[in-house]
Design a protein around this ligand. Structure first.
Ligand SMILES: Cc1cc2nc3c(=O)[nH]c(=O)nc-3n(C[C@H](O)[C@H](O)[C@H](O)COP(=O)(O)OP(=O)(O)OC[C@H]3O[C@@H](n4cnc5c(N)ncnc54)[C@H](O)[C@@H]3O)c2cc1C
Length: 401
């Protein structure tokens, strides 16, 4: 006998969105869904004034959040829509610009603080009758149940479930417990994340500069149009040099790296350095178990796709499980789990490969490679149909001229 039907470990953006997407499917109404999160409720609900970890949400991700009732006017007010995106190669004259008008969309996406999203998801979880949220609670052990499913220990308590979902982040204890191997790539970079105050208005434009030591992104934030969240990925040696600087000197380096595009900049939050890595689980599913989001794949943040890939996992798995339930099958139906894996692996793998290719391409300072890169960017800029296709793919949409 199971204590719940689905046990989700991790109430980060992906685990929370998955639980809501499944719980709101009509066929899943009788399910008992338990979500277990290690962090206390107060941390989940906390929204910092200047939030450095900003997510570039694709239109597909926003639509999922709308469907699960999380994209409320309050959350939308915290999100900054961006209509244009400018990309420069600092070591050549290469430049590409994207405009949402070219694909007949009101915006290319939204920039939103990760904590603001987690807080909105947590509020929606609490309002959902067939979801119970347990936090803070940590999984301490997992065992296979004789009749199928798993038993999960939360301290002294044993909770038996038909289906176990690992949405427990990049270090996924569940993935480790089941011995699922990962293909790893170390970009040998660290990322600086911070909020900057800028002299000029960001104009709802996301900007990115590629340099040989790593890319710098300026992501526009909602509010006074003079704040951007930055992600500055830097090779280890360059990162170590920057870590020695005081805030004023760091801001001066950022102004140079951004070619003064937004004028003088000052730090509006503590600068935080995070190690970067990329990995991909060899399998997303085992009998009665599925991995989602960063537990299954971690992608370099240069394209800002981590959460988008994870939310797409959540959407597809919830849809496959709901379809199995509608057909009178079990919520842990192996064919539904296999279909989830088949639908999600190719897109996730393609994104990971693209990020690795970008790092290699832009990290190469040899003149022939740099010239090819500049020529490629210029040609791409002139090839409208290809550009539109890339923009639509990044938005998670099909593009029709
Ligand atoms: C510098 C940087 C910039 C980024 N920028 C972007 C961006 O612009 N756009 C984008 O889409 N993505 C971005 N990402 C990636 C994004 O932050 C992640 O993809 C996203 O957080 C993954 O969500 P998740 O829910 O899978 O995992 P997480 O957010 O890691 O959530 C996992 C949850 O599981 C809980 N947990 C873990 N172990 C246990 C346990 N044993 N018991 C109970 N609970 C547990 C944790 O407390 C946590 O709440 C960036 C990442 C970095 C490092």
């Amino acid at each position: 006998m199971h204590d719940c039907d689905v046990l989700v470990i991790g109430a980060g953006p992906v685990g929370a969105a998955f639980a809501l997407a499944l719980a709101r499917a009509p066929a899943a109404a009788p399910l008992r869904i338990l979500l277990v999160e290690a962090q206390p409720a107060a941390v989940l609900a906390e929204i910092p004034v200047q939030e450095p970890r900003a997510l570039a949400l694709s239109p597909r991700s926003r639509k999922l959040l709308e469907r699960v009732g999380v994209w409320t006017p309050e959350l939308a007010a915290r999100a900054c829509p961006y209509q244009t995106m400018e990309v420069w190669d600092r070591s050549t004259a290469g430049h590409i610009s994207f405009d949402s008008a070219e694909i007949h969309q009101p915006q290319l996406g939204h920039i939103l603080g990760q904590q603001a999203l987690v807080a909105a998801l947590t509020a929606a979880l609490r309002a959902q009758p067939n979801i119970a949220l347990r936090c803070p609670a940590k999984v301490t052990a997992i065992e296979r149940s004789a009749g199928g499913g798993c038993g999960v220990r939360l301290g002294e308590e044993l909770v038996r479930t038909a289906l176990l979902i690992a949405a427990d982040g990049p270090d996924s204890p569940v993935r480790e417990h089941f011995g699922i191997a990962t293909g790893r790539w170390d970009p040998e970079q660290q990322a600086l994340i911070a909020v900057l105050r800028t002299d000029r208005s960001h104009g709802h434009c996301a900007r990115q500069w590629f340099a040989s030591t790593g890319p710098l992104a300026f992501l526009p934030l909602a509010g006074d149009h003079h704040h951007v969240a930055i992600v500055w990925s830097q090779d280890r040696a360059a990162a170590e040099r920057l870590q020695m600087l005081d805030e004023q000197a760091l801001a001066a380096e950022l102004e140079i790296a951004s070619e003064g595009a937004l004028g003088a900049v000052t730090l509006a939050s503590e600068p935080r350095w995070l190690p970067l890595r990329q990995h991909h689980a060899d399998t997303y599913v085992l009998p009665g178990v599925a991995l989602l989001g960063d537990a299954a794949h971690v992608v370099h943040p240069l394209a800002g796709q981590g959460v988008n890939l994870g939310l797409a996992d959540a959407e597809v798995l919830a849809a496959e499980l709901a379809a199995a339930l509608e057909g009178g099958l079990s919520v842990a139906d192996p064919a539904a789990l296999a279909r989830y894996q088949r639908r999600r692996r190719p897109e996730n793998l393609a994104m990971l490969a693209a990020m690795r290719g970008f790092k290699t391409l832009f990290g190469d300072t040899h003149l022939p490679v740099a010239l090819l890169r500049a020529a490629g960017m210029t040609a791409f800029e002139r090839l409208a149909p290809l550009k539109h296709l890339v923009m639509a793919a990044a938005a998670g949409e099909r593009w029709t001229p």
